[in-house]
Design a protein around this ligand. Structure first.
Ligand SMILES: [Zn+2]
Length: 449
């Protein structure tokens, strides 16, 4: 059976991930993501109303025209998790394929919301839920399996495409976490089994976000411990405390909510995406999120302002707003608070906790710098970098190679400079560039069998 891989997006950047694997006549597409930085650099663009080709020209979504070079039928579109760089182009591209979107329940729900907000295209693809540990048939001879992984969003999986020539494991995005705060630990046992099955692993496509970093990515339990330390140290502060983190990082939001209650404050989630992600996670059964029943979540401008007014009236020392704006995004809640545009008045000594790291990119760095300066001018004290990454570092990459023992590896989710650490690591473990280690860019196909 011929096995061919098309590296469509996310091989020259972190963002707009998309990869297709053809096994005989059957194709599975992994991820259809958006490169948000290409959108945000323009003022006031509404992607919901934009055409696919314009977004492709901007470099915002994958250029899927290479799909016409693959001789087969798409049987499934499989987003690995709910981050926008993995699902954000489904609303623009999925309608071109007569195939269902197959995802874990939380990811499926986020795709559903994404598709619902789309105004340019009607996306009628079936949305199918499949849990980690489950499988489905693809064509006559292949199977798609979801293996549970741990990342900075809940319900993440690595899909495994079992073919008669061996398995193709799509390894985006994850870290090796045995204590993830919400959900099950990464299923390393299953990866090790797949590496030792008949046929083994034909190809492994790897998340190289942190491939240039030595050592091991700590568990989410470490970020939780850092947060507990910071927040408990503020127990006696009788002014304002505000926290910000990735809205989609439900485990982190849960830790902040719990420690807010521990130090005698009422947590309130504020901002459109805060309400969206946490609301969705709270609504779905079986995710083990366990937010308090009376947790306030407000997204619309008016209800946010009402919540802020209540906080100012009853006393800032009784509350802990968890807000959007960890990257200093100009229109996010924390940035607006810094500019004095909300009813919440920051005063000398108020604390702002960033449970996030600045994404190392000039736009983000500039915006975050500006946001921190504005907050500082109002007297706020900044607690920075209370965070651990969701992506493997080098020792995690080594563990995955050891578990899967793939015949071929393809680094992904970075640019050329970002691949270099992985190329070194794989090279030192017996792989040869051009033979079984395939460094590639967007829009290429690789024939493996
Ligand atoms: Zn991700």
């Amino acid at each position: 059976m011929e096995i061919e891989i098309a590296t469509i997006g996310g091989y020259e950047e972190v963002g707009r991930q998309m990869t297709a694997v053809r096994a005989g006549d059957d194709i599975v597409v992994f991820d259809m993501g958006l490169n948000l930085s290409k959108v945000l650099i323009h003022d006031n663009i509404r992607t919901e109303e934009m055409r696919s080709l314009d977004l492709i020209d901007m470099g915002a979504i994958p250029d899927d025209r290479v799909m016409s070079e693959l001789d087969g039928e798409v049987q499934a579109i499989v987003p690995t998790h709910g981050h926008l760089d993995h699902i954000g182009a489904i609303s623009k591209l999925a309608h071109r394929y007569d195939a269902p979107v197959v995802a874990t329940p939380f990811t499926r729900e986020l795709v559903d919301e994404e598709v619902h907000d789309e105004s340019e295209y009607v996306v009628n693809n079936d949305l199918i839920s499949m849990e980690a540990g489950e499988s489905m048939s693809i064509g006559e001879r292949c199977e798609l399996e979801f293996v549970n992984v741990t990342h900075s969003i809940i319900d993440a999986i690595n899909p495994v495409f079992h073919t008669p020539e061996g398995s193709v494991v799509y390894g985006l995005d994850k870290r090796v976490d045995h204590t993830p705060v919400i959900g099950d630990p990464i299923d390393m046992k299953r990866f090790r089994e797949i590496g030792r099955e008949d046929g083994g692993v034909l190809c492994y496509i790897e998340d190289c976000t942190n491939a240039n970093k030595k050592g091991r990515t700590p568990s989410e339990a470490v970020a939780r411990h850092q947060l507990r330390d910071v927040m408990h140290s503020l127990e006696d502060w009788d002014g304002g405390i505000v926290a910000t983190t990735f809205s989609s990082h439900i485990a982190r939001v849960k830790s902040i909510v719990e420690f807010a209650q521990d130090i005698g404050r009422e947590p309130i989630l504020l901002g459109r995406s805060m309400e969206q992600y946490s609301g969705t996670a709270d609504r779905l059964d079986g995710l083990d999120v366990d937010f308090p029943d009376d947790l306030g979540m407000y997204g619309h401008r008016k209800s946010v302002d009402r919540a802020f007014k209540r906080i100012m009236k009853e006393g800032k020392e009784k509350f802990l707003p968890v807000v959007t704006g960890h990257q200093g995004e100009p229109r996010a809640m924390l940035t607006r608070m810094g500019r004095g545009e909300t009813p919440y008045e920051l005063t000398n000594g108020d604390k702002v906790i960033f449970s996030a790291r600045v994404i190392p990119e000039p736009t983000n760095e500039g915006q975050r710098y500006q946001s921190e300066k504005l907050l500082g001018m109002q007297g706020a004290r900044i607690y920075d970098d209370v965070h651990v990454s969701g992506h493997l570092r080098q020792e995690g990459h080594y563990q995955m190679l050891d578990a899967l023992q793939p015949q071929h590896v393809i680094p992904a989710h970075q640019d050329m400079a970002g691949f270099s650490g992985y190329v070194d690591l794989a090279g030192n473990n017996g792989y040869d560039l051009g033979r079984d280690l395939h460094v590639t860019s967007n829009g290429n196909t690789i024939q493996l069998v």
